[in-house]
Write a protein that binds this ligand. Structure first.
Ligand SMILES: Nc1nc2c(ncn2[C@@H]2O[C@H](COP(=O)(O)OP(=O)(O)OP(=O)(O)O)[C@@H](O)[C@H]2O)c(=O)[nH]1
Ligand SMILES: [Mg+2]
Ligand SMILES: [Zn+2]
Length: 294
């Protein structure tokens, strides 16, 4: 009779799941069909079948589960047991604040701590960098960590490495911002491919989630470049709570089920009018509510 062993999921390719056991040995495992959602970062129970091969019997309960809508429109888990979402943006491709908000809100909904990483500062003049600061200072005010880095010039990574030690982080951000490059800096020996041309897709983009060890303990997960990122629909209350600056006012509206759009006596609207919530984030809430509420 086989005994159940513990493992952590490194990556998944179709039905085959690569796991690592407590001794750091890797095994190719098959999953049962009902365990379809097993993904990088999952802690699993598994049984050895032969040298280097096994079968997963159970996926252990998760925290910090990140969902996205796949190209076919179905919700899917991108990564599991995440503590930190490293939201990478860059000088090139151009910073998209709406996308940044989407990543941050998705992280907040999943109770994952977002950290914003602005990469490729080597491409910007002092004036241009100032413009970026004026866009990202808001997020610092909201309590988020914002790091300005250049992976090419090795600027700004030391403090981040300390912050990540012992945690599990996932890399988010649009294609080309430098997620795989960051991974190669943070994880010596990582083989993540950095955007060169491939015949098939036009780009060597990362095509599946993979988990890597951080040198000071903890893990990093490189997820596929999410182009049209969209998270699974949430109700208005969950969405409002994901906007951190709304939280002090939640529960103070005249109506308990206030959508913070048109209702009289809305504490959120009032806070926005009084500039305690920025117009930009209030508008983003409205837009996301329309797009995402069930
Ligand atoms: N100038 C400059 N270029 C950088 C920097 N970091 C990364 N790049 C370049 O940006 C390009 C994209 O980097 P990747 O790491 O492949 O980007 P990615 O986010 O993993 O992209 P996907 O896998 O498609 O999601 C590569 O050509 C890198 O060499 C930087 O600090 N400065
Ligand atoms: Mg990549
Ligand atoms: Zn309200």
């Amino acid at each position: 009779m086989n005994t159940d062993l513990h493992g952590i999921v490194i990556s998944r390719h179709g039905k085959e799941v690569l796991i690592e056991d407590d001794q750091g040995m890797r095994h190719r495992c098959v999953t049962r069909t009902q365990l379809d959602a097993v993904i990088s970062g999952d802690r699993v129970l598994w049984q050895q079948q032969s040298q280097g091969h096994g079968s997963i019997t159970r996926v252990l309960p998760r925290h910090g589960e990140l969902h996205a809508i796949s190209k076919t429109g179905k919700p899917r888990v991108v990564a599991a047991n995440i503590d930190i979402a490293l939201v990478v943006c860059a000088a090139q491709p151009q910073l998209q604040i709406d996308l940044l908000d989407h990543y941050i809100i998705a992280a907040e909904i999943a109770a994952i701590q977002p950290i914003i990483l602005f990469n490729k500062i080597d491409l910007l003049s002092a004036e241009e960098l100032q413009v970026v600061h004026s866009q990202l200072d808001l997020y610092q005010t909201l309590g988020y960590r914002v790091d300005y880095v250049s992976l090419h010039q090795a600027i700004g990574l030391v403090a981040l490495q300390d912050e990540l030690a012992g945690k599990t982080a996932v890399l988010l951000g649009q294609s080309g911002v430098g997620k795989s490059s960051l991974l190669r800096e943070l994880v010596p020996g990582a083989t993540a491919r950095v955007g060169e041309l491939s015949a098939e897709q036009g780009k060597h983009t990362t095509s599946h989630s993979e988990l890597y060890h951080l040198p000071n303990g903890g893990y990093m997960i490189d997820s596929p470049g999410v182009r049209s990122f969209n998270f699974i629909p949430v109700d208005a209350a969950t969405l409002a709570h994901a906007f951190v600056e709304f939280r002090p006012y939640l529960g103070q509206c005249r109506f308990a089920n206030c959508s913070h759009t048109h209702e009289p006596g809305c504490a959120i609207k009032k806070a926005a009018e009084n500039h305690l919530i920025t117009q930009q984030r209030y508008d983003r809430y409205q837009a996301m509510r329309v797009e995402n509420t069930i």
